[in-house]
Design a protein around this ligand. Structure first.
Ligand code: KG4
Ligand code: ZN
Length: 377
């Protein structure tokens, strides 16, 4: 492949890694990723403790924290990776979707450093990052064979629950998604009703291990429809009604059973749709990613289902499932090789653009594309 051309002029000699920023929600993350997908360094700052008193993410707090954290994290990541600025080929940044104030911090920082260091900018859709996250490599994780980049991806996090068909890099088809709450959001709201703290998914998972998942019967929405859409708001309402019916001491006594039953409803809803996907299309590889993929019951049922049906189920290590800059750097590396750059006109968008999940590949090899002029849908 010919050397990628720097937008401002000649080829970059001796550049080998992408500096990547992820600030779409409440995690500030900076990573350095080689063009082959090796994570050379990652430095992140988690804000859970700042949002916990409010029982959810406060956007203003999130963006203020990003502002404080991002530059020290850049220094840390470069130091950890033993890299000089000269070795940075480009700066990749999450430009959409997400909280607009949070995205803005990453995008503005990327543009400022790109200008100061004379580096190209690469805009990355956060969901493309999740979809490709399993493909990175580090000292203790080896990416599985890339299945020719053809697989079904289930992204389940606090903000997203969706199925995507990936046919090749840059070619993503949205197959179905939640019509209301995301799976992680449902876990968090349920945990809040029980006074388990924020974010509550991991706590529900922990209590569920001690409980009987059949003790309470919560609904599995849309389970009879053969589309891949999901819905968790009815489940949330049903849980709210059930909890209102129980005396406080009963709630406390049944906490493990309530958590196990709620978790079973969420996980079974996801599994029913995975099974629907399998019957609708040839399915050899499934990637499950996003914070909810940490859920022990989802991991267990998905692996068992895969073994039963001869489907390879890949769930990356948690550090690459939750929001992280390594996944942004990895997509950035592939866009760099495809000469797919943004420019100083790049603006963040709270939503994905229609073209992000279009049928056509994002970039024909060797064709520079300017993303900053695209209009939000
Ligand atoms: O991907 P992530 O770190 O952030 C975004 O939302 O983008 O995902 C966080 C979500 C939270 O809703 C959290 O409660 C959920 O993932 N989560 C879990 C578990 N660990 C984290 N949900 C269920 N079971 C878990 N073990
Ligand atoms: Zn995410």
């Amino acid at each position: 492949m010919s050397a990628p051309t720097h937008p401002s002029g000649g080829p970059d000699i001796g550049c080998q890694a992408i500096l990547a920023f992820e600030t779409s929600c409440d995690d500030t993350s900076v990573a350095v990723v080689s063009l082959e997908g090796r994570v050379l360094a990652m430095a992140s700052a988690n804000q859970d403790a700042d949002h916990a008193p409010f029982g959810g993410i406060v956007p203003e707090i999130a963006s203020r924290n990003h502002t404080q954290h991002i530059l020290p994290l850049v220094d840390r990541a470069l130091k950890e990776g033993g890299l000089s600025r000269a070795q940075i080929a480009a700066i990749a940044v999450t430009s959409r979707p997400g909280l607009i104030g949070s995205l803005m911090v990453g995008v503005v920082t990327a543009k400022a450093l790109a200008l100061a260091w004379n580096k190209p900018i690469i805009a990355v859709n956060h969901l493309h990052g999740h979809i490709h996250a399993f493909g990175v490599t580090d000292e203790s994780y080896q990416a599985p064979a890339a299945f020719n980049n053809s697989y079904l991806a289930l992204v389940v996090s606090g903000g997203h629950s969706a199925f995507y068909q990936v046919r090749e890099f840059g070619h993503y088809q949205l197959l179905g998604q939640t019509l209301d709450d995301a799976a992680g959001e449902a876990f968090d709201k349920f945990a809040k009703m029980l006074g388990l703290g924020y974010p509550g998914g991991a706590e529900v998972d922990r209590w569920a291990k001690l409980g009987d998942p059949t003790r309470y019967r919560f609904p599995r929405a849309l389970s009879r429809q053969d589309n891949l859409n999901l819905s968790f708001s009815g489940l949330k309402a049903s849980a709210q009604r059930e909890l209102a019916r129980l005396a406080p001491e009963e709630r406390q006594k049944d906490l493990p059973h309530l958590c196990a039953s709620f978790q079973e409803a969420v996980v079974e809803s996801l599994m029913l749709k995975l099974e629907a996907a399998r019957t609708q299309r040839e399915l050899a590889h499934v990637v499950i990613t996003g914070g909810v993929s940490a859920n022990s019951r989802l991991r267990q049922l998905a692996q068992e289902w895969g073994a039963r049906h001869g489907v390879q189920v890949v769930i990356p290590p948690l550090r690459y499932c939750t929001d992280n800059a390594a996944m942004i750097g990895w997509v950035g590396a592939q866009k760099f090789l495809a000469h797919n750059f943004a420019d100083q006109g790049l603006t963040p968008s709270a939503r994905s653009l229609a073209e992000d999940f279009a049928e056509a590949p994002l970039a024909a090899s060797g064709t520079a594309q300017q993303e900053s002029r695209a209009k939000p849908t």
